[in-house]
Unconditional design. Sequence first.
Lengths: 112, 113
Amino acid sequence: DTAVSQTPKYLVTQMGNDKSIKCEQNLGHDTMYWYKQDSKKFLKIMFSYNNKELIINETVPNRFSPKSPDKAHLNLHINSLELGDSAVYFCASSQDLPTEAFFGQGTRLTVV
Amino acid sequence: DQQVKQNSPSLSVQEGRISILNCDYTNSMFDYFLWYKKYPAEGPTFLISISSIKDKNEDGRFTVFLNKSAKHLSLHIVPSQPGDSAVYFCAASPPQAGTALIFGKGTTLSVSS
């Protein structure tokens, strides 16, 4: 019974396309995150939602738009994909402060 | 500007020996530190943590040491096992609500049998 699940695991798409990555957590956590791991292996925060409210919005192109329909779900929509968007995207959740965040398995996005 | 630094990209250790992974941070306001372990094609999983009010936390084979004056923490694995081979991320938690963990680049540990 996966705690944080994200789909798809792999995503290959052409430049200019629009794609979405879905994330769901069954831990009852109030806070969910999207992290990006780029080619240099850094795990960087992109967005954070607490009880469906956006609380962190790092310097990310506005082609990236998170959507939280309820506190168990945080989806990431990306418009007009570019080659530089190729990375692994991780969803995570935690209760309140970001201690012991639980991560999903990651979505490897490849833009060709 | 990296606030959490793991300066060793890789470490190789023989089975049964001690593995020591190091992490430095720049922000003295960080109040909680965590280590995550990551296998290929999986997400990071929480391993062990330490509060800034402590200098040591132990959980089985894993011990984390914190030296606040040096802004340095380390993860000791004793004895190392081949299954410990993975990427280890050091992370720090800012004290403010509404923030997120800040990660280092990770250190790849290889334990040979």
